[in-house]
Ligand binder design. Structure first.
Ligand code: ZN
Length: 138
C-alpha cells in the first residue's frame, strides 16, 4: 500500500492518540486511496482537505456501517498480501511508524470480522496477537 510508504517517509502523523492532529490526515487519506472511495454516498460533500491539500475527511468512524464493512473488505485484500518479512519490517519501524497497530485500532469495531478475513495469513497472526493482548489487559 503506497500510503504505508508515505507514512514511512514521515509525510503523515500516525500517532493514534496524537493530541495535536489525531492523525486525521493519515486516517482520511487512507480512506481516499480505496477503490470504494468514489462510491461513498455524498462523497463530494463529505470530503475535506486542509491547506496542504491533504484529505482530512471523511474518516472511517464517521461512515455508515455498510460502508465500513466494504472498507474492511477492501483493506483485508491488501493486508492478506503482506508477507512475514514485510510485517517484521513494519514491526522494526513501529516506534516511529506504528502503522499496523494503527490500522487495527482504526478498525477495532470490526476486528473480529477483519480477523475472519485474515485467518492463516501473517497479518492475521499479528491481529490475533493484538486482540489477545488487549483482552488480557481488560
Ligand atoms: Zn499528529
Amino acid at each position: 500500500m503506497d500510503i504505508i510508504e508515505k507514512e514511512k517517509k514521515g509525510e503523515f502523523c500516525t500517532k493514534w492518540n496524537c493530541g495535536t492532529c489525531g492523525a486525521i490526515a493519515f486516517r482520511a487519506t487512507l480512506i481516499s486511496k480505496l477503490k470504494i472511495y468514489r462510491k461513498i454516498p455524498n462523497i463530494t460533500k463529505l470530503s475535506k482537505t486542509d491547506e496542504e491539500k491533504r484529505y482530512i475527511a471523511p474518516i472511517y468512524r464517521d461512515l455508515e456501517k455498510e460502508m465500513q464493512r466494504k472498507i474492511i473488505d477492501e483493506i483485508s485484500v491488501e493486508l492478506r498480501k503482506l508477507t512475514d518479512d514485510q510485517i517484521s519490517r513494519l514491526e522494526e519501524l513501529k516506534r516511529d511508524f506504528p502503522v499496523l497497530r494503527f490500522l487495527f485500532v482504526e478498525f477495532k469495531n470490526s476486528s473480529d470480522y477483519l480477523y475472519s478475513l485474515l485467518v492463516g495469513t501473517p497479518a492475521g497472526i499479528y491481529l490475533k496477537d493484538m486482540i489477545e493482548h488487549h483482552k488480557s489487559r481488560s
